[in-house]
Design a protein around this ligand. Structure first.
Ligand SMILES: Cc1cc2nc3c(=O)[nH]c(=O)nc-3n(C[C@H](O)[C@H](O)[C@H](O)COP(=O)(O)OP(=O)(O)OC[C@H]3O[C@@H](n4cnc5c(N)ncnc54)[C@H](O)[C@@H]3O)c2cc1C
Length: 411
């Protein structure tokens, strides 16, 4: 079935697609949003389960420096739709925001659902049409092809925005399957990789059984010249946590190039090597080694378990106090692989910026624009993911309007 429309087609009902729809429909353009899932904003709602860290309050230049990949392309876009603009937009939908102690910005409700409800209702008021259960599979003779419960549909839109998200948490809708479609059209892509993810550690069976699910804290992680304090969640397969995510981009690349990455854990970040070493001079008498560590140093069971993971564990009870103190202060942990894409918070890689013009239009496909996490940028957690998704959504909507007026296409 072929539908000829004078609509702008937005594919993907996540933050990037929805904000673009808001701007385009607000300017009087007819917009239809297509999504393969039965409802909008599923990943946005999932982000809301963690409190919905919308953006960050730090100065703009510092904010932009948080994008290790894509910063030069995102800088102008975020300057045009700033973290403050995102807060104002959120508050315009009746959801007050506040700055948390770390500078992160959240809605006061700590939820995405009231915000999404108000947003969708605004879009409906502005005349946006939603077509759910529409799975975009590519183009045929310049028509968009969708698989739907009613069969295949061909749509002839006047402009298209691809806002298909990354490849993580595929059950929420975005699975990166667009990469194969775009690759077939020779659109330059960077490989999709997990970002803000945990890492595999080959734990012993004993360690897994005893400690999976437990937190290792307090500690700090050092990698290259960066040290950060926090906690690690031990899992069956390795380690995870916000602290681990903060290192994940560098660790992932090290694993890809060198086969593994090593981090250094400080298991007693509040004491110096000298103080720990002094304490370890207390005679052990007939105490077991692990009991001794617990009583003398107040090391937690997971931290002691970690020491017992070492191949030289049988020698630790008899080594010098200095050697043991050094090991506790800089425990080397080998990471063998990032966790899979399905569990990562976000995706690195995507449509290369050199495939786009300054209006976010694919130079190889005039009239087709792209925005959001499917572009080749990467950022840590802290509100940077949503900010870039919104800001590129806004930029692409402005790009579509500029292109429509330049090409004199009437909606
Ligand atoms: C657990 C979790 C917590 C998070 N928390 C935060 C947070 O607190 N702060 C933050 O900044 N970021 C957070 N993020 C990341 C943030 O949610 C994403 O970066 C953001 O949703 C990306 O927006 P998007 O519009 O580009 O893509 P998405 O939100 O992924 O939307 C893409 C849409 O496209 C649709 N789609 C995909 N392929 C097709 C197709 N072929 N046909 C039709 N439709 C298709 C999908 O169904 C989906 O609805 C979190 C992510 C996760 C997984």
């Amino acid at each position: 079935m072929t539908e000829h429309t004078r609509h702008i087609a937005i594919i993907g009902a996540g933050p990037a697609g929805l904000i673009a729809a808001e701007i385009l429909s607000g300017a009087g353009h007819p917009v239809t949003i297509y999504d393969r899932k039965p409802s909008a904003g599923r990943k946005f709602l999932m982000a809301g389960r963690g409190g919905l860290n919308l953006t960050h309050s730090e100065p703009l230049d510092l904010f932009i420096s948080r994008y290790p990949q894509g910063a030069e392309h995102l800088a102008p876009v975020i300057t045009h739709f700033t973290p403050q603009d995102l807060r104002t937009w959120c508050e315009g939908l009746g959801q007050e925001t506040f700055i948390g102690s770390s500078g992160r910005v959240f809605p006061k409700t700590f939820k995405a659902s009231p915000l999404l409800r108000a947003w969708l209702s605004r879009l409906e008021t502005q005349g946006v049409t939603f077509k759910f259960n529409h799975d975009w599979t590519g183009w045929q003779d310049n028509h968009l092809i969708f698989q739907t419960p009613e069969g295949e549909k061909k749509i002839n839109a006047i402009a298209t925005l691809l806002a298909l998200g990354g490849a993580t948490w595929p059950k929420l809708g975005s699975d990166g399957s667009w990469a194969n479609i775009l690759h077939a059209y020779n659109i330059p892509l960077s490989p999709l990789k997990p970002a803000n993810c945990g890492f595999m550690v080959p734990w012993s069976d004993i360690f897994k059984t005893r400690f999976a699910g437990q937190a290792l804290k307090p500690l700090s992680i050092s990698h290259l010249d960066i040290t950060r304090r926090g906690e690690i969640i031990l899992t069956e397969k390795g380690i995870e946590s916000g602290l681990v995510y903060a290192f994940s981009s560098a660790l992932r690349e090290e694993i890809y190039t060198q086969g593994q990455a090593e981090i250094s854990l400080d298991l007693m970040p509040d004491m110096s090597v000298t103080d720990i070493s002094e304490k370890l001079k207390t005679p052990r008498k007939r105490e077991s080694f692990t009991n001794y560590l617990r009583k003398i140093l107040h090391l937690t069971p997971p931290a002691i378990g970690l020491l017992m993971e070492r191949p030289d564990r049988n020698l630790l009870g008899t080594c010098s106090s200095e050697h043991l103190a050094h090991l506790i202060k800089s425990y080397p942990l080998i990471l063998t692989a990032p966790f899979g894409m399905d569990r990562a918070i976000s995706t690195a890689g995507g449509i290369a910026f050199n495939a786009l013009d300054s209006h976010f239009m694919l130079t190889a496909r005039p009239g087709v624009f792209a925005a959001g996490e499917m572009l080749d940028w990467e950022a840590p957690t802290g509100g940077y993911l949503l900010q870039a998704s919104f800001a590129t959504g806004v930029a692409s909507a402005r790009g579509i309007m500029a292109w429509l007026s330049k090409t004199k296409v009437k909606t």
